[in-house]
Write a protein of this length. Structure first.
Length: 368
């Protein structure tokens, strides 16, 4: 045990002597959570739009005023003819044009119906769809004001209730995913270079002739990073709560336990990468490129897994980040207890044991 403790102390000295590793371990997570939390959003604010008003009557002016008064849109310019629409879209600043038909107010009074064409720049389909929905919502509210004294014989009124995220803040969706990505990539990346660093520094021979067993070497390499990654997790949670106002509806103790389990799983995966890599550069490339894309694309962080083709849905089951995102969203947003996430927890435990066992096996092969 004394040898094992001494080996762990050696690992701590290695970590704190390497300033680049410390920057990656503590600097990158803070920078990433701030960048992702503020930059990644599916909400729109102050989007530049243009107005093509063929009618220029009281009703069109009222609608234009309501749109410009909202925080979502900023009227960039008023255009006079339809041929100008393509020109302003090509410049790239304006994202939508509202085209009011001729005699808009007269048609509204005479026929009870008038038309507004919403033309959007669909090079970004999500933004175009969001703009269209927001404009339709403003028009629906204006129409409701016009018909407040009209009684309709049969009327169905949908009442939508958003649970867990009533304000539809995108940060509630992105922060758990970003936390998962950071813990996965940073933890796996740091441990992925631990054994390969010994090979490049020429100290691998010392480990090979040491009385430490392969399992002790693997655990000793992982152990220091567990506490350092826990500090990372605490910092990320505190930033989420105090900077992004992310709620934690469930147990903080359960959140801590699940985070530690995921951290160990990520570290074990990094050690596995380290045992099969010959150089630090190779290990870094595998941990970054080999993990980043699957974690982002197949974990359900950005794209719903249910919308993916069946083969990709099956592949997503072997991504540890998928199960942790389910766990962390359940605890932080829904306030669930262990009885609702025990299956995902067991899957992470199984993956962790598998990664550590395979790492030990690969290390034994190298010993031979």
């Amino acid at each position: 045990m004394k040898r094992f403790i001494g080996f762990i102390k050696k690992e701590y000295y290695h970590i704190f002597r390497d300033k680049r590793s410390l920057f990656i371990l503590f600097g990158m997570p803070i920078a990433q959570i701030m960048l992702f939390g503020f930059a990644i959003t599916n909400e729109i604010n102050n989007v530049d739009i243009a107005i093509l008003d063929h009618s220029k009557d009281v009703d069109t002016k009222e609608i234009i005023h309501k749109i410009s008064a909202s925080k979502y849109f900023s009227i960039d310019q008023l255009i006079e003819k339809e041929s100008d629409i393509e020109t302003i879209f090509k410049k790239g600043k304006v994202k939508a044009v509202l085209n009011f038909e001729k005699d808009f107010g007269k048609n509204l009074i005479k026929d009870g119906e008038a038309t507004i064409q919403i033309i959007t720049d669909a090079t970004d389909p999500n933004t175009a769809n969001t703009i269209s929905n927001y404009v339709n919502a403003i028009l629906a509210q204006y129409q409701k004001e016009l018909n407040k004294d009209v009684t309709i014989a049969y009327q169905i009124t949908p009442r939508t209730r958003m649970v867990y995220n009533p304000e539809l803040k995108s940060v509630y969706m992105f922060v758990p995913g970003v936390m998962t990505i950071i813990l996965m990539l940073v933890s796996a990346m740091m441990t992925s270079i631990s054994i390969t660093r010994e090979k490049e520094l020429g100290t691998m021979e010392i480990l090979l002739v040491s009385p430490l067993k392969p399992f002790q070497v693997i655990v000793g390499k992982v152990f220091p990073y567990i506490f350092l990654s826990i500090i990372n997790a605490v910092v990320i949670v505190l930033l989420s709560i105090f900077i992004f106002k992310m709620p934690v509806q469930g147990s903080l103790f359960l959140l801590a336990l699940e985070s530690i389990l995921f951290i160990i799983s990520a570290l074990a995966l990094g050690i596995l990468i380290s045992t099969i890599s010959a150089t630090q550069q190779t290990a870094m490339m595998i941990s970054l490129m080999g993990l980043m894309l699957p974690v982002i694309l197949l974990s359900g962080f950005i794209f719903p897994i249910s919308s993916m083709p069946l083969p990709l849905q099956l592949i997503s089951n072997i991504i540890p980040a998928k199960w942790f995102i389910i766990i962390i969203k359940g605890i932080m947003l829904k306030g669930v207890g262990f009885q609702f996430i025990w299956k995902e927890t067991l899957i992470l435990v199984g993956m962790t044991v598998f990664f550590i066992g395979l790492s030990v096996k690969k290390y034994k092969i190298r010993l031979e």
